[in-house]
Design a protein around this ligand. Structure first.
Ligand code: GLY
Length: 341
């Protein structure tokens, strides 16, 4: 077990500007937790969380709502055609259909979700409208598309030439094999597009200057999944959960294991019982291992959490889960270097 945390500065907030600047001990986390409420703050999963946080920060820094910040933030990777795991350009299912999952939750416990949504580039904004304009929490498939079109969303082709080429390369073997940390550039830069089999997700949590929390989560799901497969990301309690009295949590990785443990809800409840965000994320990871020890060795699952005081933490099954943090003092990409293996 590597007992350290790797801090990577994002500099001007561009992913290309990332450089390793040093190591910090667990004491840093302790001193943060003793500080007064740290707000506003936004945190997000993976390297692409840096650019997403930057967009969210423009909302938070001008006194905006956490809800608006998280929607604005995750729309950035949703629109990034080079990102094969979120939004337009996301890898399709095994039949060549790009199907997107997303959910959003605010400080009042309102939530909205879409699953298996096709032809719409910004599922997070459809999820927000489900929350705000319907008496329901979740719309799926054809019904979600119908709702989006009725509300003015543009129908688009989401399969890009690159994602189509990757799908065709995958079809030659047609074997689903999770690739751990595909979202982390430093782990994947040497992989050919056709080999970038797996997913994942942007999960974002924000605490605004009024002290209110919100979260958003969006993904194209598991690459080359079975038609109709839905992971944890649009499931409130699994991929995302926010309780404005306590904190919020979001998940990334193989969604089936997150659903089995209702992971994000679990993290929030553990924080309610007094755990720090990182301790709660660690315990949620341990629950996954206890349920399926053999599966857990081969997959990645990561949790990210933010509490009401603006303290944050993360933990993952495998090393290499990066997450981005943006507040008045820092715009960093962090990596929890500790792993249970
Ligand atoms: N965590 C994303 C998924 O499993 O679909």
């Amino acid at each position: 077990m590597i007992n350290r945390r790797l801090f990577i500065k994002a500099g001007a907030l561009g992913a290309s500007a990332l450089s390793v600047v040093g190591l910090a001990s667990a004491r840093n986390e302790k001193s943060r937790s003793n500080a007064r409420t740290n707000k506003p703050i936004v945190i997000a999963t993976w390297d692409f969380g840096v650019a997403a946080n930057q967009a969210a920060w423009t909302v938070l820094a001008s006194g905006g709502r956490a809800l608006d910040a998280v929607e604005t933030g995750v729309r950035v990777p949703e629109a990034d055609l080079a990102n094969p795991t979120v939004g337009k350009g996301g890898y399709p299912d095994r039949d060549g259909h790009v199907t997107l999952d997303a959910c959003i939750m605010d400080d009042k416990g309102n939530c909205g979700s879409v699953a298996a949504l096709e032809h719409i580039a910004h599922p997070i904004s459809v999820a927000r409208l489900v929350m705000e304009k319907t008496p329901h929490v979740m719309l799926v498939g054809e019904g979600a598309l119908q709702f989006a079109l009725a509300n003015g969303f543009e129908q688009e082709k989401l399969l890009t030439p690159e994602s189509e080429a990757a799908w065709k390369a995958w079809l030659k073997k047609g074997k689903y094999e999770p690739v751990i940390n595909i979202e982390n550039k430093s782990f994947t830069s040497d992989r050919l597009p056709g080999n970038r089999y797996n997913h994942d997700t942007i999960g974002m949590l924000a605490l605004d200057s009024s002290g209110n929390l919100s979260g958003a989560c969006t993904t194209s799901g598991m690459a080359f999944k079975m038609r109709g497969r839905v992971g944890d990301s649009p499931i409130i309690g699994a991929g995302l959960y926010v309780d404005n009295e306590v904190g919020g949590a979001t998940a990334t990785g193989v969604g089936e294991e997150v659903i089995r443990t209702v992971g994000s809800f679990l993290v929030v409840e553990l924080m309610r019982q007094g755990m720090s965000p990182r301790e709660a994320c660690r315990e949620a990871v341990v629950r996954i291992i206890k349920k399926k020890p053999e599966t857990a060795k081969k997959i990645q699952v990561g949790f990210l959490a933010l509490n009401k005081q603006g303290e944050y933490g993360a933990f993952s099954l495998q090393k290499g889960f990066s997450y981005a943090v943006c507040d008045a003092k820092q715009q960093d990409l962090l990596m929890d270097g500790e792993s249970v293996y």
